[in-house]
Design a protein around this ligand. Structure first.
Ligand code: NAP
Length: 433
C-alpha cells in the first residue's frame, strides 16, 4: 500500500488524487489536506462567481473524493497543526498542491495606501474566502484602476461593472453584491504596461466584456499595431487582438460605465492624502524583444480604488526548498526532495487554466510510481489521525463538507446556487446544521 498526502484541495490536488487512483488502483490511500474547512480551492474562491460553468468541474473532484481510498482532511494547517517533516515521516509521498494564493507585490511608492488592493484579496472578497471576506474595498469614487492585462484583470473589471441583475445565477457573496450595488464607479481603467499584442487575455473572457448591460470597453485605435502585424501572433492571441480591433472600431458611447484600455502605461507611483486619489503612470515603448521601457512621459489617473492583478506567489513552507525569484517551490519537473513533490501553480507558477492542472497531476502520479515502486509500510492515515487527535485538531471530513454545502444551498438567494459562509466559524458551525 502506498500512502500519499496531498496538501491543497484545489484542482491540482484533486487531479493528482484522480491520477494516483488511475495509476495505482486500490493499492493507495490518499489524504487531501486543506487549511480551510471546505474543499476545491480556486474553484470555490478564485474562479469568478459569474463563471458557474467552470465551477461545475467540482463535480468531477467530488467523484474522486467519494471513493474509498481518497479522504478530505480539512481545517488542518501545515506549519500550525503539523509540519512537512511529520507528513513525510507518515506518508510515502507528499505532494504540495498549495497553489499561489499571495499577490505578487506591487513595488511602487504609495502601494500601501488604503484603497490599493491585490487581486488575491479582491477576488477572495467577492468569492467569500474567509481570509478576505472583511476586505470592504473602497468603491465610493468615480475612478477605479485595474493594473494588469491578464484574465484576472478582466474578471475584476467585469465584476466592478456588472449590474445586480447580471449577477443572477452567480454565487457572489451577499455582502459583496450589496457593496457593489452602492458603488459610484464610472470609469474603470485597465492598465497594460505593454501593448495589445502582449495581452494575456483569452478571447472568450475578453469577448464577455463587450456584452455588459451598462459598461462598454473603450480601445484607442491609435494603440493598435498595423493589422498585418497580427499574422505573427498565435491563433488565440490573434483572436483576442481582433476583438480589441472590433471594440476600437465600434465604440459604445451610450453606456454609463467606461472600461478604458490604457496600453503602454506603466504604474510608477500611487498618491493620495490618507487613501488613494490618483495613480501616476509612465508611457512606455516596446522594444524588438517585446519589453516595455519608460519614455519619461508621465500622467495621472484619478482613482479611489486600485486593484493590482499582476500575478501571484506560492507562500513558502518551512523546510521546503523555495525559488524566491519565481515565487514557487524549487523543483525539478515536480520533484522537490525525495518523497516530496509539487504540482499545479506551486510547481510551475500561476499560469494556465484549471484544465492545465490535469496533465500536471498525471505527470506527478507517474513520477511517484517510478520513485516509489512499492509502499514502505509507513503509518499513513492512521498515523495522521493519531497525531491530529493528540493535538486536538478539529478535522473537517468530506461528509462534514457535504453538510456545509447543503446549508449553503438552503441559504441561497433566489436564482443563486448557494450563499457561502465566509468565516471559519460559520463554516465549522454549519457542519451540525
Ligand atoms: P497573467 O495572465 O500572468 O497576467 C498578469 C498581467 O500583469 C500581465 O498583463 C502582466 O504584464 C501584468 N504585470 C505583471 N507585473 C506587472 C507590473 N509590475 N506592472 C504592471 N503590470 C504588470 O496573470 P493573471 O491575470 O493573474 O492570471 C493567472 C492565470 O490564471 C492565467 O493563466 C490566467 O489565464 C488564468 N485565469 C484564467 C481565467 C479564465 O480562464 N476565465 C480567469 C482568471 C485567471 P506583462 O505581460 O507585461 O508582464
Amino acid at each position: 500500500m502506498r500512502h500519499i498526502a496531498i496538501v491543497g484541495s484545489g484542482p491540482a490536488g484533486y487531479y493528482t488524487a484522480e491520477a494516483c487512483q488511475k495509476a495505482f488502483g486500490n493499492d493507495i490511500q490518499v489524504d487531501i489536506i486543506d487549511r480551510l474547512p471546505v474543499p476545491f480551492g480556486l474553484i470555490r474562491t478564485g474562479v469568478a462567481p459569474d463563471h458557474q460553468s467552470i465551477k461545475g468541474v467540482a463535480r468531477r473532484y467530488e467523484t474522486v473524493a467519494l471513493t474509498e481510498n481518497v479522504r478530505f482532511v480539512g481545517n488542518v494547517t501545515i506549519g500550525r497543526d503539523l509540519s512537512i517533516d511529520e507528513l513525510r515521516t507518515l506518508y510515502d509521498a507528499v505532494v504540495l498542491a498549495t497553489g499561489a494564493p499571495r499577490d505578487r507585490p506591487l513595488e511602487i511608492p504609495g502601494a500601501e495606501l488604503p484603497g490599493v488592493v491585490g487581486s488575491a484579496a479582491f477576488v477572495g472578497w467577492y468569492n467569500g474566502h474567509p481570509d478576505h471576506a472583511a476586505l470592504g474595498p473602497l468603491l465610493d469614487d468615480p475612478g477605479a484602476v485595474v493594473i494588469g492585462n491578464g484574465n484576472v484583470a478582466l474578471d475584476v473589471a467585469r465584476i466592478l461593472a456588472k449590474t445586480e441583475a447580471e449577477f443572477g445565477g452567480s454565487d457572489i457573496v451577499g455582502p459583496a453584491l450589496a457593496l457593489l450595488g452602492e458603488a459610484k464607479i464610472h470609469t474603470i481603467t485597465l492598465l497594460g504596461r505593454r501593448g495589445p499584442h502582449q495581452i494575456a487575455m483569452t478571447p472568450k473572457e475578453l469577448d464577455e466584456l463587450g456584452h455588459l448591460v451598462r459598461a462598454a470597453p473603450i480601445v484607442d485605435p491609435a494603440d493598435l499595431p498595423p493589422p498585418g502585424a497580427d499574422a505573427a501572433l498565435d491563433p488565440g492571441q490573434r483572436k483576442s487582438v481582433m476583438l480589441l480591433r472590433q471594440l476600437a472600431e465600434h465604440p459604445d458611447a451610450a453606456k454609463p460605465i467606461r472600461i478604458v484600455f490604457d496600453f503602454y502605461a506603466m504604474p510608477i507611483a500611487i498618491e493620495g492624502d490618507g487613501r488613494v486619489e490618483r495613480i501616476i503612470v509612465e508611457r512606455t515603448a516596446i522594444d524588438a524583444e517585446g519589453r516595455a521601457h519608460g519614455t519619461g512621459e508621465t500622467y495621472a489617473i484619478p482613482a479611489g480604488l486600485v486593484v493590482s492583478c499582476i500575478g501571484y506567489r506560492t507562500p513558502p513552507i518551512e523546510g521546503v526548498p523555495y525559488d524566491e525569484r519565481a515565487g514557487r517551490f524549487a523543483n525539478e519537473e515536480g520533484r522537490v526532495l525525495p518523497g516530496l513533490y509539487a504540482v499545479g501553480w506551486a510547481r510551475r507558477g500561476p499560469s494556465g487554466t484549471i484544465g492545465t492542472n490535469r496533465p500536471d497531476g498525471y505527470a506527478i502520479a507517474e513520477k511517484i510510481g517510478a520513485d516509489i515502486p512499492v509502499g514502505s509500510g509507513k503509518a499513513g492515515r492512521e498515523g495522521l489521525d493519531a497525531l491530529l487527535a493528540s493535538r486536538d485538531v478539529d478535522v473537517v471530513t468530506f461528509a462534514d463538507w457535504q453538510r456545509i454545502e447543503a446549508a449553503e444551498v438552503a441559504a441561497a438567494r433566489e436564482g443563486a446556487p448557494r450563499e457561502k459562509f465566509t468565516s471559519i466559524e460559520g463554516l465549522l458551525g454549519a457542519r451540525g446544521a
